[in-house]
Write a protein that binds this ligand. Structure first.
Ligand SMILES: [Zn+2]
Length: 474
């Protein structure tokens, strides 16, 4: 029997390419097994097609968050006014060790539904809560149940109070990733696929770094890693000044390349970015998290000197929003602010911007898809890609008139404007409502898990870090 098709008709479609975005009144047709099959103006009707009426709608590819930690949703905003050192002490130290597998499930499901609701159709889950195989299974099950597309980057445990595992530089990556590769996440064409979150050179011995990368390569996995955490949140020292040269360390073992996504990177040097650019390594910037939590300004300006464009991400609900529209806005404004600040200091004028709303839209779609190892599958509205599509109402007061549709999406849209979300050809949000059948019970389960996590913790006294733990970075 021929595949059934659905056609999104009458919308104003915005789709990025490597060069310029396509903007126009285009219909988009996808098959019920989840592929975009046709894109064009006024597609002829096909017998039996289902029609999604997109008149007065903007149609964009699903947004892609190339670095987030959904297990942390239970701790939403407890670290907003903390430094990264304080966050590590509380969230990654004291509270993470209390997570049971069922708490991971409830947290991840809640975070995934928040993502879907906000027009995010793919995330890279940097899952550093792998306290047991059951914790991994719970996170994966939540991703399967939510309907979100996920690169599940299996990470380190958070099983000891004060986050000792993270500091233990001689512990190799947990072997459980082999079990996942052999069983539940063996299929790289599935909606939920396996990657690895590997600890960076400044936290592990050279032997462990080599072992972890070789394990990822043996299993054929995309790798995510902290590239360079900002000065303000650690010691104030730039890489190189403190004897740490993480990008050189990775390059020395031949592991820079398109299979690797480095997150943050605020503290990398110009020569680091040169190496990154020359090897096709991805960089994911989390502008809200980086500026709020003390990493410093995003590295966008120095990256652009090397012709490097970043992928985009939100990082952690512990401190900031998971809203990717907000992340686009922040990346644009922070970069422009940095450019003009540099110009003022040099008594120069800025005559043109070398970062635009279109660049930022590309970061949130195509470039983030590539940073999840999914550049050939999602991130644009093209035949042959998976049908991950978002419809935004175009007529609310905060968007209407559309003089510049792309800039309007980047500067002014928010999750409340998301009308319809399609992932893998399945409608997961329609008419502004999630299709998921029991959102209330997801929230209630998350509340119960939160009570367990916080039991015995006085939120009023949590801001005291275990400063001694950080002596290794001095
Ligand atoms: Zn992170």
């Amino acid at each position: 029997m021929a595949n059934q098709v659905t056609t999104i008709r009458g919308g104003l479609a915005i789709s990025p390419t490597a060069e310029a975005s396509t903007i126009g009144n285009l219909d988009i047709r996808f098959s019920d097994d989840g592929w975009i099959t046709e894109v064009g103006a006024d597609l002829p009707a096909q017998e039996g097609e289902t029609v999604i009426d997109a008149r007065a709608m903007l149609v964009i590819p699903g947004l892609v968050d190339s670095h987030r930690h959904p297990w942390q949703s239970l701790m939403r905003c407890v670290s907003t006014d903390q430094t990264v050192v304080e966050y590590r002490s509380l969230a990654r130290g004291r509270l993470a060790a209390r997570y049971r597998p069922e708490d991971v499930y409830h947290a991840v499901l809640l975070a995934d539904l928040e993502a879907l609701n906000g027009g995010v159709t793919t995330i890279s889950d940097l899952a550093h809560i792998m306290n047991s195989p059951q914790h991994a299974d719970a996170a994966i099950q939540a991703h399967v149940d939510s309907g979100l597309r996920v690169l599940f980057c299996h990470g380190e445990p958070n099983d000891l109070e004060v986050d000792s595992w993270y500091h233990n530089s001689s512990r190799r990556h947990p072997d459980d990733v082999r079990r996942l590769r052999d069983t539940v996440l063996h299929d790289d064409t599935a909606r939920v696929t396996l990657g690895m979150k590997v600890r960076p050179p400044f936290l592990v011995t050279p032997e462990v770094l080599r072992y972890d990368f070789e394990l990822a390569r043996e299993l054929g996995l995309h790798v995510a890693m902290d590239g360079g955490l900002g000065g303000g949140c650690w010691t104030g020292a730039r890489w190189g000044d403190n004897g740490l040269r993480p990008i050189d360390d990775i390059n020395d073992i031949g592991q820079l390349g398109p299979h690797l996504t480095l997150v943050h990177c605020n503290n990398l040097t110009d020569s680091d970015f040169k190496l990154i650019a020359g090897t096709g390594t991805h960089v994911s910037i989390s502008p809200d998290h980086e500026m709020l939590c003390g990493h410093g300004l995003p590295a966008t300006i120095r990256m652009r000197h090397q012709n490097l464009q970043p992928a985009l991400s939100t990082d952690s609900l512990v401190a900031v929003t998971g809203d990717m529209f907000a992340a686009m806005r922040t990346l644009l404004t922070a970069t422009r602010g940095g450019i003009s600040d540099l110009a003022y200091r040099s008594h120069e004028a800025v005559w043109s911007w070398d970062i635009t709303s279109e660049d930022v839209f590309r970061s949130a779609t195509l470039l983030s898809a590539a940073a999840c190892g999914l550049g050939d599958k999602v991130g644009s509205l093209e035949p042959g890609k998976r049908a991950d599509i978002v419809l935004l109402k175009a007529d609310p007061l905060n968007l209407t008139l559309l003089n510049n549709p792309l800039a309007t999406v980047v500067t002014s849209a928010h999750p409340g404007n998301v009308d319809t979300v399609v992932i893998n050809g399945t409608v997961v949000k329609s008419g502004g409502e999630l299709v998921f059948p029991r959102v209330d019970s997801v929230i209630e389960a998350a509340e119960r898990s939160r009570a367990h996590i916080f039991e015995g913790t006085d939120l009023a006294t949590i801001h005291k870090p275990h400063v001694d733990e950080w002596a290794m970075f001095a």
